[in-house]
Write a protein that binds this ligand. Structure first.
Ligand code: TXA
Ligand code: MG
Length: 347
């Protein structure tokens, strides 16, 4: 057992080499991707994969995503790569798209939580890419947060979630190109059968997928349901409550705003502190009712800072976080809606 060094290292060459050394020892390393930070381990080793589930308190029924540097490396993880998967990979990799395919023998079955399929993705972030190429093997990596809570988009978020549980965090830095530019997890598409299903919306939107997957492919079914904890369903990990702050959080629509305001007034009388996340400057809570965080009104920019904003709101010792649900659901709003529905309860 190596000592926990809990280091935050800028990923200069020394950081990458330290990371690869740990991965080769079957240890965990957190690293940035263009979506969120991942908690990585060698995808071929059961001892390493077990550590991921332990560090995150992750239910053993929730499978992990395997990260690879390119299409050739992805092929080595799976036992079949249908033409439609090939077209999606060629179009969107490297990028925020995860493909669920039949699992090949090189990947540890624990990665798939008992399934015959494996989720594979080729990330676009330069640190992730450098790590994968230097390690020269598949890296299983869920988001680097405690199970059920908000995914990290900065190294400091990973530290707050996993401090004391993992030996190393590679810090991608905070600039626009080095940070998590998408801000929410990758799009997950099941292409393991002829029945193509969007399991999780993300940075590659449904509209973008439909440019590649046409009616002749049978189209794309959108998985709408959610799954009760412990259930082993078609879309594992798509729990009702997920990506959630620790503070009680409630979402509301524009039509519900008058009710929310009336409620906020009553709350204020009891001395409760409220925080509102909104993307409209005409929907705000004014002191003394509460504090307002104004998010961008364009979906990609909103998605990029959504988790950081929820995290900030969560540290403000508020009694309730209120979130205005955006009225649009197209493009990146689809992923934003999905995450807000899991992070909050409805009004
Ligand atoms: O953007 C991302 O995908 C990030 C970064 C680190 O790459 N990773 C990530 O991993 O979000 P995680 O573990 O938080 O989400 C993985 C989800 C699972 O919860 C499940 O919904 C789906 O991917 N998944 C993984 N393997 C699957 C499989 N074999 N069949 C169906 N769904 C699968
Ligand atoms: Mg996650």
């Amino acid at each position: 057992m190596i000592p926990m060094i809990q280091t935050l290292i800028q990923p200069a060459v020394t950081g990458l080499l330290a990371a690869v050394k740990l991965l080769r020892q079957g240890q965990l390393v957190a690293f940035p991707t263009e979506t969120v930070y991942g908690l990585g381990a060698d995808a071929r080793r059961a001892d390493a994969i077990q550590k991921i589930y332990q560090a995150k308190d992750r239910p053993p029924t929730n499978p992990l995503i395997v990260h690879v540097p390119d299409l050739a490396a992805a092929r080595a993880c799976v036992s079949a790569f249908p033409p439609v998967a090939q077209r999606l990979a060629e179009k969107f990799w490297p990028g925020p798209l995860t493909l669920v395919l039949p699992r090949g023998p090189s990947i540890c079955p624990l990665v798939s939580a008992g399934r015959s399929t494996v989720a594979v993705r080729c990330p676009r972030h330069k640190v992730a890419d450098a790590l994968l190429r230097t390690f020269n093997g598949p890296i299983a990596a869920p988001s680097a947060n405690r199970s059920g809570f908000i995914s990290p988009t900065r190294a400091s978020h990973v530290y707050a979630e996993l401090n004391g549980r993992i030996p190393l965090i590679l810090d991608g830095g905070e600039t626009a190109q080095n940070g998590c530019e998408i801000g929410v997890e990758s799009t997950v598409v099941d292409v393991s059968t002829n029945h193509i299903t969007l399991l999780r919306p993300g940075g590659i939107t449904l509209e973008m997928l439909r440019e590649v997957v046409g009616p002749h492919d049978g189209g794309i079914e959108v998985f709408h349901g959610s799954v009760a904890p412990g259930a082993s369903a078609a879309a594992p990990g798509m729990l009702d409550r997920h990506y959630a702050p620790r503070t009680p959080a409630r979402r509301f629509t524009l039509a519900q705003w008058p009710d929310v305001q009336a409620w906020a007034q009553q709350q204020n009388a009891t001395g409760a502190k409220l925080i509102l996340l909104t993307h409209r400057d005409d929907i705000i809570l004014e002191a003394p009712q509460g504090q307002t965080m104004l998010l961008p009104s364009a979906a990609p920019a909103y998605a990029r800072i959504l988790y950081e904003s929820l995290r900030l709101a969560d540290t403000a010792a508020a009694s309730t976080i209120l979130v205005l649900l955006p009225d649009k659901e197209d493009g990146m709003w689809h992923a934003v809606h999905d995450r807000l529905r899991r992070a909050t309860v409805s009004w």
